[in-house]
Design a protein around this ligand. Structure first.
Ligand SMILES: NC(=O)N[C@@H](CC(=O)O)C(=O)O
Ligand SMILES: [Zn+2]
Ligand SMILES: [Zn+2]
Length: 435
């Protein structure tokens, strides 16, 4: 007896293409093709729906342990499932910081207990994210959590010697260092993108070169060490150009862009509404065009949400005092449809690559019995999301599964929406609501 119901998805458009039935049984895709029969299976009418492999987020802040008022592993993974994700990588900037095997195992276990999506903890590069001493990278890699992604996200590993050593260390187990590229001296007190607008608003600027100079340095370090480097939340046209050059040289460098950097621009800061305060900051329309183009041509490998929940008291305050960060899990797919698919820049197969296959590959969670980011094919784990590309929805953060409300898309009309999510054949979302 299988503990999960057998599910027959009837007539879904696989990656937006051919219409096919999918039989999910015993956690895997048991059959695929037209006219699949399975007496006793639960039938789901997927007429007009697009089927994609379950999405994988390489950059999520779940806030547990330490800030359970903002988010928990359980609430954050509920938001993930509603957004079509079957796996998330939980960033290390918790309290305590995920810089030991004990903390990463705790986060991993909480994810298993909640059961809404697989939680893959990210390990800190340095103890306490302080940028001084290397964390127990090997012990985290060898732990039950099997950490492969290491990041001081929230902080830049700005010391070149430490960055070099971290790259050398992760090479032993094919790990990756995910860099929050921000030259600290160039961004002291920074509040928004450095531009004419920052001058007008009287807010300290965060210049593009603060991001680009670290990316350029780290690309050279990764080349020198021969180790994998991943760039978090790339946001400028210049950064796209550097990564393009690195890839042309065949270097093992990957990069992500967030949904908010694909859609929103710095003009929103003129409202002084701190829900638009984020790190890196919202940039210019030119930068938005460049990151879209970079994602379309594969220079930018993936979309990652950087889902960063903050409680109201840290957002409904003066701009300077507010926390950096935005929600993203529940809206990511709609923003990507709006900015990339409906504009003709990417097809649904491209979305599957950028939001499922490629992030799983970078995080090295694409193998084994609980593999994520696998193609939709017979014998693969039944991680599937069904979306309705013809739907339109108005974003209402009050309806969010997140414990926080700092949603920059609030009130916007966006296309699409997740109808159902299956984690190894078990529905985590049905009819657009938690199962
Ligand atoms: N992106 C943000 O503005 N904030 C993130 C940290 C980070 O991703 O750098 C957070 O933890 O709140
Ligand atoms: Zn960051
Ligand atoms: Zn982050």
């Amino acid at each position: 007896m299988s503990k999960n119901p057998t599910v027959l998805i009837k007539g879904a458009r696989i990656l937006g293409g051919d219409t096919t039935d999918l039989l999910l049984r015993d956690g895997i895709i048991a059959e695929m093709g037209p006219g699949v029969q399975s007496p006793g299976a639960r039938n789901i009418d997927a007429d007009g729906l697009v089927a994609l492999p379950g999405l994988v987020d390489l950059h999520t802040h779940l806030r547990e342990p330490g800030r359970e008022d903002a988010e928990t592993v359980s609430s954050g993974t509920r938001a993930a499932a509603l957004g079509g994700f079957t796996a998330v990588h939980a960033m290390a900037n918790t309290d305590p910081v995920a810089d030991t095997a004990g903390v990463v195992e705790q986060v991993w276990r909480l994810g298993r207990e909640a059961g809404h999506a697989d939680v893959r903890p990210v390990g800190a590069v340095t103890v306490g994210l302080a940028g001084e001493r290397m964390a127990e990278i090997g012990a985290m890699a060898d732990s039950a959590a099997g950490v492969r992604v290491f990041s001081d996200d929230g902080h830049c590993v700005s010391d070149a010697v430490l960055m070099r050593r971290a790259l050398e260390y992760v090479k032993a187990f094919d790990g990756v260092v995910a860099q929050h590229a921000q030259e600290p001296r160039l961004t002291e007190g920074a509040q928004m993108n450095e531009s004419r607008l920052s001058g007008q608003l009287g807010l300290r600027g965060w210049p593009c070169v603060a991001e680009e100079s670290i990316i350029a340095r780290d690309v050279l370090l990764a080349a020198h060490v021969g180790s994998r480097l991943h760039i978090c939340h790339l946001s400028t046209k210049g950064s796209v150009e550097i990564v393009r050059l690195a890839k042309a040289r065949g270097l093992p460098v990957t990069a992500e862009v967030t949904p908010h950097h694909l859609l929103l621009t710095e003009e929103l800061v003129a409202t002084y509404d701190a829900r638009y305060k984020v790190n890196p900051p919202l940039r210019s329309a030119d930068d938005v065009a460049a990151v879209r183009e970079g994602l379309a041509d594969g220079t930018i490998d993936i979309v990652a949400t950087d889902h960063a929940p903050h409680p109201v008291e840290d957002k409904e305050c003066e701009w300077d005092a507010a926390a950096f960060g935005m929600l993203g899990l529940e809206t990511a797919l709609s923003v990507v449809q709006h900015t990339m698919v409906d504009t003709g820049l990417l097809d649904w197969a491209g979305v599957a690559d950028r939001m499922s296959l490629a992030p799983a590959r970078i995080g090295r969670c694409d193998t084994g019995p609980s593999a994520q980011g696998r193609p939709l094919a017979v014998g693969e784990p039944a991680n599937v999301v069904l979306i309705d590309p013809a739907a339109t929805r108005t974003i209402d953060s009050a309806a969010s599964a997140s414990l926080s409300r700092n949603n920059p898309f609030e009130g916007m009309k966006l296309p699409g929406g997740v109808v159902a999510t299956f984690l190894r054949g078990r529905p985590t979302v049905e009819n657009g609501a938690l199962a």
